[in-house]
Design a binder for this molecule. Sequence first.
Ligand SMILES: C[S@@+](CC[C@H](N)C(=O)[O-])C[C@H]1O[C@@H](n2cnc3c(N)ncnc32)[C@H](O)[C@@H]1O
Length: 256
Amino acid sequence: MKPKVYIIGAGPGDPELLTLKAYRILSQADVILYADSLVPKQILQDVRPDAELIRTGNKTLEDIVPLMIDRVKQNLTVVRLHSGDLTLYSAIAEQMKQLLEAGIAFELIPGISAFQAAAAKLSTELTVPELVQTIILTRVSGQASAVPDTEDLASLAAHQASLCLYLAARHVEKSQAKLLQHYPPDTTVAICFRIGWQDEKIWLVNLEDMASVSQENNLIRTTLYIISPALGKVTDARSRLYHPEHSHLFRLSGFC
Ligand SMILES: C[S@@+](CC[C@H](N)C(=O)[O-])C[C@H]1O[C@@H](n2cnc3c(N)ncnc32)[C@H](O)[C@@H]1O
C-alpha cells in the first residue's frame, strides 16, 4: 500500500459491516487513528499486532493532523477511522483541508451509516410505495455545530418523510416537540441505541413517548431515532419495478 492517509467509514460497530476494502486496508495499516467513543475495539480485532493504535477521543484537530502528516512522511500507511459513513457528521472536511495544504495524499473509503444498519435490524424499508418515498437524514444543533435555520427540525417534519435523527438524545424533548408539530402523536419511532455493539437495544414507541422512554433509559449518546410512517405498517401497495405488467430494458412485459 502507498504511504498515505486512508480515511475510512467503519460502519456502526459490527466488524462484519466493514467493507472488504476497509477491512483489507485496516489489516495492513502501519498506523490507525480511531474515534474511540464511536468505534468499538472489535473493529480492530484483525489489525497487525505491531500497528500503532492512536485513540483520538481526547485529542484536538491540532494534535491529530500533525500526527498523520508525520507518519506519512515516515513512509507509513495511516488509517483515520470514523464511525458509520464519512458523509455524515464525521468532521473530515477540516482534516482533508489541512492534509491538502501539507501536500499529503489521502483516499476516502465509505462505510455503512447507522441509519442503514438500524433499518436492517428493524427489517424495514424506509421507502414504501404510496406511503413514503423520501428519507431525511438530519440532526439537531449541539454544542459543537449549529444547524442552519432553513433546516429546522419542524420544517423538515412537515414532509412527514422517513426521518433519521442523529445526535439528538441530549435534546430529545425539544426534538419531540418539533416533530409533533407535523407527525401524528402515534407515529412509530424506533429508538436505536448502539446498533451493532454488544449492548445494542431498540425500542419501538409512539412519537409522544420518544422523550420519556429515552430519559427513562438514560440515553444520552450513540442513539439514532427513526421516525417513519413505514415503521409498524403492513401495506398491500407494491412497487412497479417487479410487477408483471411493468416492462423495462431488462425484462420486456409478456416475454418473461
Ligand atoms: C458523530 S455522528 C457520526 C455518524 C456516522 N458518521 C454515521 O454515518 O452513522 C454520531 C451519531 O451517529 C449516530 N450513531 C452512530 N453510530 C451509531 C450506532 N452504532 N447506533 C446508533 N446510533 C449511532 C448517533 O446519533 C450518534 O450520536
